[in-house]
Design a protein around this ligand. Structure first.
Ligand code: PLP
Length: 369
């Protein structure tokens, strides 16, 4: 099996499976309990927070959630309530994940003004961050910009955005959906007040995520209940999943060089084929989006699947529906219909890329019209 759909989700590391099952078996206490079992569970939470903060290279706190969708919903519901008097303008991008885009639409219905900044063209990467910064004014409550786009891999310079936004309006809160960049991009490139993270994109378990929160930054909770996690996210903490999340964070190797080489090799092979165009630019090297003209995405996806090669036809969240994100990156509707997204993991080998390129070549021969 050649699994090249790691932006959708990943195979849990063996050590993650072990950490989850060991904790389910022997460390099943409730972190709120006062006895030793509770204290042991509490220690797992503390250790996991430290692992995540160390990887982010940020000071502050970690709130565990059910995933990045919940983390981002918490921000977009809770920040406007906590900072009611800071204005009603929100600056974001035109290519956010639905877990940010859809809560933003709800805010618009409630009277918030949203400015969506489009990505840069292929040849003008510098102007994107500047357009975000230009859009911030005295009434800007929130800036929400994803770190790495899940469909094309485009990387935003969050460090530049954060620094300039705070200089322009220190009251503006900066949020980042860092799901696709975490553990894959250098931490020093990420600065934000609030950061959404997910474990299952880094070989951790599904159903567990985190919200990083910088010191002094506030939000109203999304979930009310027993007051766990300083009353910011009620509900008994899933200690086993959290242990698995921490294990994934600690185990994810530095693949910068590996991903760079795999990306270059794949792009090199694909561009030898007639009618194959690369849609990604300014991208994280673990993600490559391309269009095989004359062969619809689903046809290619299922053809490759017969060879046990798994890729995506775009964003896994859109389930075959065109999300509109590729259009934002200048991809025509026709090319978007033929788009394939490949995403690597630490397990990906050069031979996997060769098998994929061979599969694409055969798919072209068989289906192109
Ligand atoms: N943000 C991005 C960029 C994603 O790719 C995804 C997953 O598809 C999410 C958010 C949602 O993450 P989760 O599945 O943890 O809710």
């Amino acid at each position: 099996m050649i699994y090249l759909d790691n932006s959708a989700t990943t195979r849990p590391f063996d050590s993650v499976i072990k950490a989850v099952s060991d904790n389910m078996a022997s460390n099943f206490g409730n972190a709120s309990s006062l006895h030793r079992m509770g204290v042991n569970a509490e220690l797992i939470l503390k250790d996991a927070k430290k692992a995540i903060l160390d990887k982010l290279s940020l000071d502050g706190d970690i709130i565990f959630t059910s995933g990045a969708t919940e983390s981002s919903n918490t921000v977009l519901s809770g920040v406007p309530k906590a900072y009611r008097h800071n204005g009603k303008r929100i600056v974001t991008t035109s290519f956010e994940h639905p877990s940010v885009e859809n809560p933003l639409r709800k805010l618009e219905e409630a009277g918030y003004e949203t400015v969506r900044v489009s990505p840069p063209g292929r040849d003008e990467p510098q102007d994107f961050e500047q357009r975000i910064i230009d859009a911030v004014d005295d009434s800007t409550l929130l800036v929400s910009v994803m770190w790495v786009n899940n469909e094309t891999g485009f990387i935003a310079d969050l460090s530049k955005i954060y620094t300039a936004v705070k200089r322009k309006n220190p009251k503006t809160i900066v949020h980042c959906d860092a799901v696709q960049g975490f553990c894959k991009q250098p931490a020093k490139l990420l600065k934000a007040d609030l950061v959404s993270l997910s474990a299952h994109k880094i070989h951790g378990p599904k159903g567990i995520g985190a919200l990083y929160c910088a010191k002094g930054v506030r939000f109203e909770p999304l979930v009310y209940g027993g007051g766990q996690q300083k009353n910011l996210r009620s509900g008994t903490e899933p200690v086993d999943l959290i242990a698995g999340f921490a294990e994934a964070v600690r185990s994810y190797p530095d693949c910068t060089r590996k991903y760079g080489e795999l990306n270059e090799k794949l792009a090199g092979m694909l561009t030898q084929f007639d009618g194959v165009v690369i849609n990604s630019y300014g991208n994280s090297k673990n993600i490559l989006n391309f269009s095989v003209r004359g062969v619809r995405s689903e046809i290619m996806l299922h053809f490759l699947e017969e060879r046990e090669i798994y890729v995506s036809s775009g964003s896994a969240c859109s389930k075959g529906k065109t999300s509109g994100v590729l259009a934002q990156f200048g991809v025509s509707d026709k090319d978007a219909d033929c788009a394939v997204r490949v995403s690597f993991s630490p397990f990906t080998e050069e031979s996997d890329i060769e098998a994929l390129a061979e599969g694409i070549a055969d798919g072209i021969k068989r289906f192109r019209r």
